[in-house]
Ligand binder design. Structure first.
Ligand code: ATP
Ligand code: MG
Length: 773
């Protein structure tokens, strides 16, 4: 410990202390997982503010997710007080750039109401362009085009730049150039930026308008960047732009400025923290070199290493260290912990993903009973498709959970419809949003009318809204004309509230006038009931937003929604188990962690085999997963896995061999025959890899049908079935048992049942496959 009385420095080890107090112009903190990088960054900000070295508004801190930004802000506020912390910018790269672009968009031909296209929007646009240009005949797919455009933007190569580097005789390259050109033009026409643009356009803005750059260079005197190993070239360039010395020529004459001895205005200070072993976003253009070359780019930089891990047990660290040691081309680190060795890692091999999911659910039940809160438990997987089996069992077992970044609330059709209305109100130039709402709900506007309107907009030299207002001039049928005029009136009414109105009021107004919700509620389609609930949820989201941001307007709401990153969720996580991909897990920590699907082709993912550097990146991903765990780690896999109805035999991941056998306690699947005692000889065999006792067929004794269909659990409804202590029941999977306790809570009633063979389980009464005996 530091021996200081200063609460801000309390408990820091000597290296951390140096890092918090350093006054270096450029500071790089490199260290392994859980060594306090994020904590040090946070305390550094707090110290700068408390010691009055800077105003909070002179600080720009960058985190990887909005959630991490929220946590860091909260922590700083705890350390220095809420009022003292007002005005700091703590956000993701994307959010910071949106804020800058909203202020400056008018400088280069956009308006501040611009739309942010998510990847689905980008793809919809690319799909249309590929079709228009018949680019598919040259082998272009939407994903390939989207991927390449994204890559170029992350490397700050624009249409002009690309046109200079291609072979003009290669029809494929020429075609791509044309797609890229049109895509860029369409975005501009729609007053829209895609995700990659947010960063790239901010860099272009700074480069094209040095006086604008000077504004931000002067404003931010200290930049701090977490997870620096995952910055891509565009993000790196942005940092470079913001940390240049300010050109006195670009500072307005009437502004008082502080100058250094030589009469110039010094560059902003920069602190970055990172761990090259946790670089997992190369596929998005992240470049480890940004960290490796830091000292070259920022001469005189101070470098601090942290070696003590405060998060995990020694067992978990040993496993992590052993795995990552197999990546060559890295600087070896010497991580240690004072926490002690802790429990062994639990390994489990199931017959199928359902078996595996049941294991996870059972273990969570045991952990919870032993006192681990649900929100201290996380389940990770490589691909989103793996959640289904887990969710089914969790629902049946009444384990409260939520999927981070997976459910894609905002990708549901009904939510997209309503968001399109809001976007059309804020940005009438957005043709994509306009097209979506023209005939939603159905009002008799077909493709021919749509084309007529689009042409009319061009004739008027305006946007779709101008064409809608002027519909009577088009000579369409009276019914269609009335419908169009009606739509224009709805949008116009809403846009009157754009700068003053409350967001929920705008949304509710649209819902009422379009009768959207009314139509869903009146429908006989059972799916529409769920859709109506989702729309109501969106109204609740806007209320929540307005509560948290009393001054927030529609544009602020749209910005927030557009930026909800993978690791973010709108409701808080108290009391639920978190499910997420390994990519989303970065920077987080939990008492107990489950990594599922530790199989070849899944982890490492089969796609990584063909990517240069792919296998090494997959290993880092596994390393990130392991190092999230504080006390308990579970690694599980299945012998067979059914994806999209196709059952494949799976092999244990090569990474399992890399973990010393004595660290893992292997457990068998229930009813899997030979059960061995001790350190998992059956599962591990001589080579240290779980061995499967068969080759291609499904496990004996279980009919395939049973494995294929557990989704029935979701639609099953036991109505008002009331259970009491002592009741005998039969469960489709667990057999017979007696009810030992019941928590009555309407549709959420939970029964605890002692099964004769399957042990004790908690069940959600309404939907479990049970009957009273
Ligand atoms: P990652 O690489 O996973 O992002 P990190 O290096 O950012 O990890 P932190 O999240 O800052 O690490 O810290 C890991 C855990 O260790 C946190 O729970 C933090 O509160 C705790 N911690 C950090 N430093 C100390 C310390 N000096 N004493 C006690 N606990 C500490
Ligand atoms: Mg961190």
């Amino acid at each position: 410990s530091s021996g200081h009385d200063d609460p801000l420095l309390e408990g820091l080890n000597p290296q951390q202390l140096t890092a918090v107090q350093s006054r270096a112009q450029a500071l790089l903190i490199v260290a392994g997982a859980g060594s306090g990088k994020t904590s040090v960054l946070t305390r550094r900000i707090a110290r700068l503010i408390r010691d009055r070295e800077l105003w909070p508004s002179q600080i720009l801190a960058i985190t990887f997710t909005n959630k991490a930004a929220g946590e860091m802000r909260e922590r700083v506020e705890q350390l220095v007080g809420r009022d003292a912390a007002q005005g700091m910018w703590i956000s993701t790269f994307h959010s910071a750039c949106v804020r800058i672009l909203r202020r400056e968009a008018e400088q280069f031909g956009f308006t501040r109401g611009f739309t942010i296209y998510d990847s689905a929007d980008s793809r919809a646009l690319i799909k249309r362009l590929v079709k228009d240009m018949q680019a598919d005949t040259l082998g272009f797919t939407v994903s390939a085009v989207a991927g390449k455009i994204s890559k170029l933007k992350n490397e700050l190569i624009d249409v002009e730049g690309y046109s200079r580097q291609i072979n003009a005789n290669d029809p494929t390259e020429v075609m791509f150039l044309e797609l890229f050109r049109r895509y860029t033009a369409e975005l501009h026409r729609a007053n829209a930026f895609d995700f990659d643009d947010l960063i790239a356009q901010t860099v272009y803005l700074f480069r094209a308008f040095p006086q604008v750059a000077a504004l931000y260079q002067r404003r931010f005197r200290h930049l701090l960047v977490d997870e620096y190993q995952d910055t891509n070239h565009a993000q790196y360039a942005l940092i470079r732009e913001l940390t240049r010395p300010v050109e006195p020529a670009h500072v307005p004459a009437d502004t008082r400025i502080e100058t250094d001895a030589s009469g110039g205005i010094p560059a902003a200070a920069l602190t970055v923290v990172g761990d090259s072993d946790q670089s997992i976003y190369a596929f998005r253009g992240a470049d480890i070199r940004n960290i490796v070359e830091f000292e070259r780019d920022f001469p005189g930089a101070e470098v601090i290493l942290l070696e003590q891990n405060y998060r995990s047990t020694q067992t978990i660290l040993d496993a992590a260290n052993a795995v990552i040691a197999n990546n060559f081309d890295r600087i070896a680190k010497n991580l240690f912990t004072a926490v002690g060795s802790g429990e062994k890692i639990v390994g489990f091999t199931g017959y199928s993903q359902h078996d595996e999911a049941q294991f996870v659910a059972d273990e969570i039940g045991t952990l919870h009973e032993a006192g681990t809160p649900y929100n201290q438990i996380a389940v990770f997987y490589r691909t989103n498709a793996q959640t289904r089996a887990l969710e089914e069992i969790f629902i049946r077992s009444a384990i409260p959970y939520r999927v981070l970044g997976g459910t894609k609330f905002y990708e549901r059709a009904e939510i997209k419809d309503m968001m399109a209305y809001l976007i059309a109100v804020a940005n009438p130039a957005d043709g994509l949003a306009m097209r979506r709402i023209l005939n939603t709900p159905k009002r008799g506007i077909g493709p021919a009318t749509e084309t007529a309107l689009a042409n009319h907009a061009d004739e008027l030299g305006g946007t779709m809204i101008d064409a809608l207002r002027d519909a009577p001039a088009l000579g369409l049928g009276p019914k269609v004309t009335a419908a169009i005029v009606d739509l224009a009136a709805i949008l116009d009414a809403a846009s009157e509230s754009l700068d003053t109105g409350l967001v929920p009021d705008i949304l509710v107004g649209i819902l009422e006038k379009t009768k959207y919700l009314e139509l869903l509620r009146g429908s006989r389609d059972p799916q529409d009931e769920a859709r109506a609930e989702n729309v109501e949820e969106l109204v609740a989201v806007t209320r929540e937003f307005q509560k948290n941001n009393p001054e927030g307007r529609l544009i602020d709401f749209l910005t927030e929604v557009a930026l909800v990153a993978a690791a973010d969720d709108l409701d808080d996580s108290s009391g639920t188990v978190s499910l997420m991909t390994l990519h989303t897990a970065k920077g987080l920590e939990y008492d107990a962690v489950f990594i599922t699907g530790v199989e070849e082709n899944l982890l490492p993912h089969q796609m990584s085999a063909t990517e240069p550097g792919g296998p090494a990146e997959e290993r880092r991903l596994f390393y990130v997963g392991i190092t999230r765990a504080r006390q308990r780690l579970h690694l599980s896999l299945a012998m067979t896995r059914t994806t999209f109805g196709d059952t494949q035999v799976a092999a244990p991941s090569r990474y399992l061999q890399e973990i010393p056998a004595e660290l893992i306690d292997w457990r068998d699947a229930p009813g899997m025959g030979t059960r061995t005692t001790g350190g998992g000889q059956r599962a591990l065999g001589g080579s240290g890899t779980p061995k499967f006792g068969y080759s291609t067929s499904l496990p004996p004794g279980k009919p395939k049908k049973e494995w294929a269909n557990t989704v029935t659990a979701k639609v099953r409804d036991n109505g008002d079935l009331t259970l009491e202590v002592g009741d005998r029941i039969r469960h489709a999977d667990f057999g017979d048992g007696s009810v030992t306790s019941v928590t009555q809570n309407g549709a959420k009633s939970i029964a605890e049942v002692q099964f004769e063979k399957a042990g004790r389980k908690r069940l959600l009464v309404k939907i479990s496959p049970i009957e009273k005996l």
